[in-house]
Design a protein around this ligand. Structure first.
Ligand code: SAM
Length: 344
C-alpha cells in the first residue's frame, strides 16, 4: 500500500501519548524571529575560492517537508505555514516530534559505527536537511577528523544555511551541492563530488529520511541503484524510511494531510519495499529494524536528543532542552525503519 507522505519523521511526543517534553511551549517557537518573509534570491555559501552560489527564491507560503521537519527538531528555520503544518501533523501523530529526534539519533549512531567500526572516511549525504548540530560531518570527524563529507539537498533554504555544513575539521573536508536526487548523475558528475570524494575508495551513501519523499514513479529504486553502482566494493548505504506497516490507519491520515498540504509528498513503503533499496547489498546486524532498535548502545549521551538550530553564519545556538520520552517509544509510534548495508 502506498501513500503520499512527507517528512520522515518518526513519532512524536506529546501529552496525549504519555510522552513528556521538557521543552518549552511549542508556541514559543513561533514567537522567535517568526517566520521570515519571502526571501528573495540572494547569495548562498561561498566556495573555497570566494565564489558565491546564488540561492534560489524560497516560497514561504506553502509548508515544505524540510522546514516542517526543522520545526520538530526545535529549529528556527521554518515559517508560519511550516509551523502550522507541523502542529497539525502532531495532532494526528502525537509522537512525531520525538520521532524526528530518534531519526536524527539513528543518523548519529550509524555514522559513528561506519567511521569507527567500518573504517569509512567518506560520506555522501543526500537529503541533508536544514543544518542541525551535530551534523553528519561533526559526528564522523569526532571519530576520524580526516573524514570527508559531501552534502546534497534540493531545498533552497538548506542552501541558504549550508555555510554551517562547511565548518570542517582541518584534517577533513566538507562541501555542499544544491542538487535534486531524482537526477543522480548530476550529483555523481558534479565538481563538488570530484573535489571532495574519491570514488576509488569506499563511501557511505546516507539517505536519511529521504526516500519516502521520492515515489516509485519518480524512480526511487533506480536512483539508489545509480548512486550505489557508482561506489566501489566496501561502500555502505545507510537509510531511514517511514512506513505504514505498523499503524496503517494513523499513517494513512498523516499521508492524506501531507498529500493535500505539504510540498514534497512521497510514498510510504512496507518493510519489503524498504528492503528492496538494499538489493545486492549485505545488511549489517541487526538488519532493517525500527530505527531506535538499531544498535541503541551506540547512543553516546542524550545529546542525540538535543539538536541545535544553526544560524546562517554557521554558529549553533545553545542546545535546546531535550525532548526525551518518559517511556519506551513503541515501534508503531516511530514507524520509521533504519538500516545499514555493505556493498560486497
Ligand atoms: C525530512 S528531511 C531529512 C533531513 C536529514 N536527512 C535528517 O534526517 O535529519 C528530508 C530532506 O530531503 C530533502 N529532499 C527532498 N526531496 C529531495 C530531492 N528530490 N533531492 C534532494 N533532496 C531532497 C528535503 O529538502 C529535506 O531537506
Amino acid at each position: 500500500m502506498r501513500h503520499t507522505v512527507a517528512a520522515q519523521g518518526a513519532r512524536s511526543h506529546g501529552p496525549r501519548a504519555g510522552v513528556r517534553t521538557r521543552r518549552a511551549d511549542p508556541k514559543s517557537v513561533l514567537a522567535r524571529p517568526p517566520c521570515r518573509p519571502v526571501i528573495e534570491p540572494t547569495d548562498g555559501p561561498t566556495d573555497g575560492e570566494g565564489a558565491v552560489t546564488p540561492t534560489p527564491e524560497i516560497d514561504t507560503s506553502t509548508p515544505h517537508s524540510a522546514r516542517v521537519y526543522d520545526y520538530w527538531l526545535n529549529g528556527k528555520n521554518n515559517y508560519e505555514a511550516d509551523a502550522e503544518a507541523a502542529r497539525r501533523v502532531s495532532e494526528i501523530w502525537p509522537t512525531v516530534r520525538v520521532g524526528a529526534q530518534l531519526n536524527r539519533a539513528f543518523m548519529h549512531r550509524a555514522t559513528r559505527w561506519l567511521a569507527a567500526e567500518a573504517g569509512i572516511r567518506q560520506f555522501l549525504d543526500v537529503g541533508t536537511g536544514i543544518p542541525t548540530e551535530p551534523n553528519l560531518h561533526q559526528v564522523a570527524q569526532s571519530v576520524a577528523p580526516e573524514a570527508r563529507v559531501l552534502y546534497a539537498d534540493n531545498d533552497p533554504i538548506v542552501l541558504q544555511y549550508a555555510q554551517a555544513l562547511l565548518h570542517s575539521a582541518p584534517e577533513g573536508r566538507t562541501a555542499y551541492l544544491h542538487a535534486d536526487v531524482t537526477r543522480p548523475q548530476d550529483i555523481l558528475e558534479s565538481p563538488e563530488l570530484r573535489e571532495t570524494l574519491d570514488l576509488g575508495e569506499p563511501v557511505a551513501l546516507s539517505l536519511i529520511a529521504l526516500l519516502h519523499l521520492i515515489s516509485d514513479e519518480r524512480g526511487a529504486y533506480e536512483i539508489v541503484r545509480t548512486l550505489v553502482d557508482a561506489l566501489p566494493s566496501g561502500s555502505y548505504v545507510m537509510l531511514t524510511h517511514a512506513t505504514d506497516d505498523l499503524d496503517p490507519e494513523l499513517m494513512a491520515r498523516v499521508a492524506t494531510f501531507y498529500e493535500s498540504s505539504v510540498t514534497g509528498g512521497g510514498q510510504l513503503r512496507s518493510k519489503e519495499g524498504v528492503l528492496r533499496f538494499f538489493d545486492g547489498l549485505e545488511l549489517v546486524e541487526p538488519g532493517l529494524v525500527v530505527a531506535h532498535r538499531w544498535r541503541p548502545e551506540l547512543n553516546l549521551t542524550d545529546d542525540a536528543y538535543k539538536p541545535r538550530a544553526v544560524a546562517e553564519d554557521g554558529e549553533a545556538d545553545e542546545p535546546e532542552e531535550a525532548v526525551v520520552p518518559e517511556r519506551e517509544v513503541s515501534d508503531a509510534e516511530l514507524s520509521v525503519y533504519g538500516g545499514v548495508a555493505r556493498k560486497p
